[in-house]
Design a protein around this ligand. Structure first.
Ligand code: GCO
Ligand code: MG
Length: 410
């Protein structure tokens, strides 16, 4: 038995807000877990501080499964992003500790490497085709070998996934949806305009960059089932790697209709939290990729369970990895992705330089492939002095209105 001696939550906002759980054991090891829930960060902080941390002190750090079941079942109120992000942080911190105690990188404890590196996709975007092409070239120059394509829609002022200006954020075309401030930004949406515009964009991208480059697209929950079916069908000639979140995720049945009409591969699940959200989707083979984050799905223990279930149906991983997943959450995704057999692709957006000063990482990105590195544990350390220099700043994700003013899914 190695007991947990201290448990604290560190909130820091270098380039954006991050919530990190930090556990120390009686033998002096430090384990980290990511608990960042974009736009609702402090709800998870309170859940951890008020209800979970007191239960961890004195517990055996090695009993990962037992701790997971204890936190999930003893709360009685199950599932949901706040609960599952809190449990995820504890789970990942315990895996980090166990792997450090074993003197091994975490992926070794998950069965060892199933591949030499993880194919990553980056986010290219532009308000129009010239900007988009420039952004794709920029990503190719950085080494990316798979690219998500998002573009502005004529007539709309702000569209999901498209950087507001070519120089916004830390680099060219960097897109960061959460805006610091006391009220969420409003964006506009017109589904008919989007559906008319997108196929021509993919046609132009294929003409410019050729047939081989894997291309992805995120519809961000905005379509009805029949609209999603139409889009999937219209994009078939452009051979997408996946079409993501075509419909709002709550209704698993919606994907059945989409599936009946298109062979474009479907990815879903970044807002899901448990295996129960995937039951019909996996069993009825309505999706091709599982998009959940380690951070929002109960950690490595639970996401692995979902991915093992998915593997029985040849469904692969596409673990969520935008900048609102901290370097700790990203490292956890990389160890899991390296170990599982049914790895598909890993989303990877680079964090800003301040974030890299707070979180010291050892994972690598070489020629489009990620690797978690071979340090014992997760391979990420938190510089608490640096973290302390960036206090929490209120920030919200945007929301959407249709042209007649109706609130729509963002
Ligand atoms: C993605 C996601 C993100 C989310 C963000 C919300 O595919 O990476 O859709 O861009 O919008 O994680 O917090
Ligand atoms: Mg997405």
């Amino acid at each position: 038995m190695t007991s947990i001696q201290t448990a604290e939550v560190v909130v820091t906002s270098p380039d954006r807000n991050f919530v990190t759980l930090r556990l120390t054991t009686e033998d002096g090891l430090v384990g980290l877990g990511d608990a960042t829930l974009n736009g609702r960060e402090l709800a998870v902080v309170a859940y951890l501080r008020e209800h979970v941390l007191p239960l961890l002190i004195g517990r055996d750090a090695h009993r990962i499964e037992d701790t997971w079941q204890f936190l999930y079942r003893s709360a009685y109120w199950r599932r949901g992003p706040v609960t599952m992000a809190a449990i995820a942080a504890v789970d990942v911190a315990l895996w980090d500790l166990k792997a450090q105690a074993a003197g091994m990188p975490l992926y070794q404890l998950l069965g060892g490497a199933s591949r030499t590196g993880l194919l990553a996709y980056g986010h290219a975007s532009g308000r129009d085709l010239p900007e988009l092409f420039d952004s794709i070239r920029d990503h190719l120059d950085q080494g990316y070998q798979a690219i998500r394509v998002q573009i502005g829609v004529p007539g709309l002022t702000a569209v999901y996934g498209v950087a507001a200006s070519p120089r916004a954020g830390g680099g060219r075309y960097d897109y960061e949806p959460a805006g610091r401030g006391a009220y969420p930004a409003e964006e506009d949406w017109d589904t008919r305009a989007y559906l008319r515009h997108l196929p021509a964009v993919f046609d132009a991208v294929r003409n410019e960059f050729g047939p081989e480059l894997p291309l992805l697209h995120d519809a961000h929950h905005r379509l009805t089932p029949i609209q999603a079916a139409r889009l999937g069908k219209a994009l078939e000639p452009y051979d997408l790697f996946w079409l993501e979140d075509a419909t709002p995720a709550e209704n698993q049945q919606a994907l059945r209709l989409v599936r009946q009409h298109t062979t474009t591969p479907l990815a879903i699940g970044e807002v899901f939290n448990t295996i129960w959200d995937y039951q019909e989707l996996i069993r009825e083979q309505l999706i091709d990729y599982v998009r959940s984050a380690v951070t929002h799905t109960g950690g490595i223990t639970h996401l692995r369970r979902i991915l093992d279930f998915a593997a029985q149906y040849q469904i692969k991983s596409g673990i969520h990895g935008p900048t609102d997943i901290s370097p700790v959450g990203m490292a956890a995704a990389l160890h899991l992705g390296l170990a599982i057999h049914n790895f598909g692709i890993q989303e990877y957006m680079k964090h800003g330089t301040r974030t890299d000063q707070v979180f010291h990482q050892t994972f690598t990105f070489t020629d489009g492939y990620l690797h978690p590195g071979d340090q014992p544990g997760l391979g990420v350390t938190l510089d608490t002095d640096q973290a302390g220099q960036y206090p929490y700043e209120q920030a919200y994700l945007p929301y959407n209105r249709l042209t007649d003013g109706t609130i729509h899914d963002w």
